[in-house]
Design a protein around this ligand. Structure first.
Ligand SMILES: [Zn+2]
Length: 471
């Protein structure tokens, strides 16, 4: 069966007898729709909505302007949030009300990006070598732009869904904190976003060297704990050093942490993930994947060594991310501290992680404290209508590419919604190279073709889930 992107592309060209990009390709939206989505995408990427220095309100307002211009009544377009700069957009596309609403979520903030760290301006949408570059091109403004573009398209086409479609573009997913839009909406405007279930970021298509290998649906996610490791010391003059040094204590602790790995384990979702991959991965790893799904330790160890992503799927991880310490070049340090960022398997408790860290650090002088909130949510139940709609559509657009249920390593706003009783599924139809994920990093990018194909995928998927004939 032809599984490579190349074979599929050639098949399409032969089938439709044309070499014009987008013509006859079921995954390519019509030209006018592509243009609209690109315009919205560009507008969103170029608004500086960095988590610490930026504002999300202009993103919400830009989307609200477009929806109103497309004929959405003012009463169905809400902009508001915890503080004036951290606005959220909630828009409602009215259906017949036969079923409870479907919520479409994307966050409008981005991780900070500095011009000097990038090859180009991170806040200009740059199209180069077949990619869209810019902060948020992947995380999460592609989905935000596509939700808005598709809503406008449904309106223009007169689509009548059997349930309301709600789009929410929300503040401060990155880092959470007091202005998180989903938490704020749940607390203050629950009726605006209340839904039977939600589609969100967190699940995407995976490719290897340009070959699409799976379209992933996220059913559960790891949760985050940040720890502060801290050592204090009376200090003194640096000309009279003593062995008891705050920086050395901390360095020792971090060195021990760097050599430690949490135990490997699987759960219902990751077992299904590895079983699905066992059918499509490189033959050399297939048997290990199948055995890893069954819990064989040696197989899990080999699989974890193949990519950081599989390692993180199989275990809790904790890594040092920030350092501070010392107060003068010529003084013994009175303080040394580090932030350790942990991504925890949903079935492991915070108490277990804390106890394990203390045991690994094995130094009474290094205090280990949780900073910020820790929120955990239950996995979303497997919805047959969703899974079958995704797999049918995936097979239509990208023949032979399987739909794979998964747990993601990063945490998303789905955590708040799941905890509030709104099951949330990560699905996008954008494909990324598994070994070149640039979310939060320099030169973040998304393939131009993949952006437009994702637009089609989400357009069709939402239609199926709101038309009473899912799948
Ligand atoms: Zn994100």
């Amino acid at each position: 069966m032809p599984r490579s992107g190349f074979c599929v592309a050639v098949g399409r060209l032969l089938l439709f007898g044309t070499v014009l990009v987008g013509q006859g390709d079921p995954a390519m939206p019509p030209e006018a729709e592509r243009q609209l989505a690109r315009e919205i995408y560009k507008e969103m990427v170029e608004i500086k909505s960095g988590y610490t220095t930026g504002a999300t309100t202009p993103v919400a307002e830009a989307a609200a302007r477009r929806l109103k211009a497309a004929g959405f009544p003012d009463t169905d377009v809400f902009v508001g949030g915890a503080i004036p700069t951290k606005g959220n957009l909630v828009a409602r596309y009215r259906g017949t009300g036969q079923r409870r609403p479907l919520l479409l979520l994307a966050h409008s903030d981005v991780v900070e990006a500095r011009r000097e760290d990038w090859s180009m301006d991170p806040f200009t949408l740059t199209e180069r070598d077949g990619y869209f570059y810019g902060r948020g091109t992947g995380d999460d403004k592609a989905q935000a732009a596509v939700w808005i573009a598709n809503l406008i398209r449904y309106k223009r086409e007169g689509f009548k869904p059997d349930r309301d479609i709600i789009v929410a573009l929300t503040a401060d997913e990155e880092g959470g904190g007091p202005y998180n839009g989903v938490a704020w909406l749940l607390k203050n405007k629950r009726d605006l976003i209340d839904a039977e279930f939600c589609l969100n970021e967190g699940g995407w298509g995976e490719s290897v060297a340009g070959r699409r290998i799976s379209n992933d649906v996220q059913l559960s996610e790891k949760y985050v704990i940040n720890y502060r490791l801290e050592v204090t010391n009376k200090g003194g003059h640096s000309s009279l050093p003593v062995p008891d040094n705050a920086i050395y204590h901390l360095a020792g602790a971090l060195d021990r942490l760097s050599k430690f790995a949490f135990p490997l384990r699987t759960n219902e979702v990751t077992q299904a993930y590895f079983r699905a991959l066992a059918k499509i991965e490189d033959p050399s790893i297939r048997q290990d994947m199948a055995r890893a799904a069954d819990g064989a330790r040696d197989a899990m160890e080999r699989v974890a060594r193949v990519t950081p992503a599989w390692n993180a799927t199989l275990r809790t991880t904790c890594v040092a991310t920030q350092l501070e310490g010392g107060h003068a070049k010529n003084a013994l340090p009175q303080l040394a501290a580090a932030n350790v960022n942990c991504r925890v398997l949903p079935e492991e408790k915070p108490e277990y992680v804390t106890a394990t860290l203390k045991q690994v650090i094995a130094d009474e002088q290094v205090s280990v404290t949780i900073t910020g909130d820790v929120s955990t949510g239950p996995p979303s139940p497997v919805r047959q209508d969703l899974m079958s709609a995704v797999s049918t559509l995936t097979n239509t657009l990208w023949p032979g590419v399987p739909t794979v249920p998964m747990m993601v390593m990063g945490a998303t706003d789905g955590l708040y919604l799941r905890a509030a009783g709104i099951p949330t599924y990560g699905v996008q139809g954008f494909f990324y190279d598994r070994d070149d994920i640039r979310f939060h990093g320099r030169d973040e990018r998304l393939k131009v073709q993949s952006f437009y194909e994702g637009q089609t995928f989400l357009y069709e998927l939402v239609k199926r889930l709101t038309s009473g004939h899912s799948g």
